[in-house]
Design a protein around this ligand. Structure first.
Ligand code: GLY
Length: 420
């Protein structure tokens, strides 16, 4: 099977690593890819925001399967354009990808499906902002209503900070979404969805704040681990049965059946799981540790979803133990990442590259999130130790990473708030 991966992040390098292990995959191509995918695949130039050029490349390469990684090409219709050429594609249609691309569509689907989520209001002018802010708090959640790669979110107890972020978005012409704060630890549950067939991967947790101790601004994600020792199988089943399945059925009912990876971001609060957001793709950096433990051949699995033959009764197989991924970010990430710095020690087992290119034989940073060091172990302590040991061999001037990825979970300190 010849596979084309669209995207250039850590998620796409992790896809290539998993595809390489699948005996049914004979060739891997990546577009645009990065220095990590280049070691496992043939990289090609493509404009990911142009569905026609994605489909044209797939046709030129005679790909048997296209895997679209990021949300932007999916929301713009890359999967539709590839499928229109008669090529199997893993990823939802543009219409179904609205579950991530349009917050109001997502809220509407969730309301129709009876799914618990945050109360929200969209604000499109500064004139109505103050009154709307008064209806929220004491913790304000302010989101960019458009795609913002996780960086458009501010969660704060400081009303002035919330207001300033909303004003900045409005001045850029972006509508603002205000949401009530959901309490409890967060879970990322990736589900393979084929119409009304839903199968979860192992649950993960990611770390959105830039610095240790959950300090600093929100980022695209600074680390993740899987599975979650504090989350019961019963709660995972509840999330699938009461949240993801009803949403998949609602999308089917609306004539935009979902095919691909539906990522439920949840908070597990005192009243049970509630949806923070849905994404139409694998999450980054959770993908790196999750795929590190997946034994089921990845190419064949995604192909079965793309072909519509995947059933929720299909069994997935996992390595025992835990995986932890720690992200190395460029200096001044997320505000103004410094790019173009030389990275050393970045090639090796468990190092999944993101914003890294090769120039004149050297690896240089090209993105705010540079790589993820993934460690495995029989428990979280061992997996953390291996991840940080691997990170210890990497050098990037000004680079920073969190010291506390999966620390609370490994100390047994993650708790779900008691039922009210
Ligand atoms: N881990 C956050 C995201 O992928 O959006």
């Amino acid at each position: 099977m010849r596979v084309l991966v669209i995207g250039s992040g850590g998620r796409e390098h992790a896809f290539c690593i998993a595809l390489k292990r699948d005996p049914a995959v004979s060739e891997i191509h990546a577009a645009p890819g990065n220095a990590g995918t280049a070691r496992l695949a043939v990289n090609h130039t493509v404009d990911v925001a142009d569905p026609a050029s994605v489909a044209h490349l797939a046709e030129q390469l005679e790909a048997d399967l296209v895997i679209v990684g990021p949300e932007v090409p999916l929301v713009l219709g890359a999967a539709d354009a590839v499928r229109a050429k008669g090529i199997a594609c893993f990823g939802p249609s543009a219409q179904a990808a609205q579950i991530e691309g349009s917050k109001s569509f997502a809220k509407d689907v969730m309301a129709a499906a009876g799914v618990r989520t945050a109360r929200s209001e969209t604000v499109d002018s500064t004139a109505s902002l103050d009154a709307a802010l008064d209806r929220f708090g004491p913790i304000w959640v302010v989101k960019d209503d458009r795609l913002a790669a996780g960086k458009g979110v501010v969660v704060t107890e400081d009303r002035a900070h919330a207001r300033a972020h909303a004003v900045e978005l409005l001045e850029r012409g972006h509508p603002v979404l205000l949401e009530s704060y959901l309490d409890g630890p967060e879970v990322s549950l990736f589900c393979l969805v084929n119409g009304d067939q839903v199968t979860p991967l192992q649950p993960a947790q990611d770390f959105k704040r830039a610095y240790s101790g959950d300090m600093g601004p929100n980022t695209g994600g600074m680390g993740a681990y899987t599975p979650l020792p504090w989350l019961s199988q019963q709660t995972v089943d509840e999330i699938v049965d009461d949240i993801v399945c009803p949403v998949a059925v609602e999308l089917l009912r609306r004539g935009c059946a979902y095919s691909g990876l539906l990522y439920a971001g949840l908070a597990i609060g005192s009243d049970g799981p509630a949806v923070v957001e849905f994404n139409c793709r694998f999450g980054d950096p959770e993908t790196q540790p999750v795929l590190a433990l997946l034994r089921t051949p990845f190419g064949q699995l995604l192909r079965s979803v793309a072909d519509g033959t995947f059933l929720e009764t299909s069994e997935l197989s996992w390595e025992p133990g835990y995986a932890v991924g720690v992200v190395l970010a460029a200096e001044h990430y997320p505000a103004k990442p410094h790019l173009g710095d030389t990275i050393t020690g970045a090639l090796g087992e468990g190092l999944v590259l993101a914003g890294v290119d090769e120039r004149d034989g050297a690896l240089v940073s090209t993105g705010g999130r540079v790589l993820t060091a993934v460690g495995l172990g029989r428990d979280l302590t061992a997996a953390r130790a291996q991840a940080y040991e691997r990170m210890g061999g990497v050098h990037l001037p000004g680079g920073h990473f969190r010291e506390d990825i999966a620390l609370a979970a490994s100390n047994g300190e993650v708790t779900i708030p008691a039922k009210r």
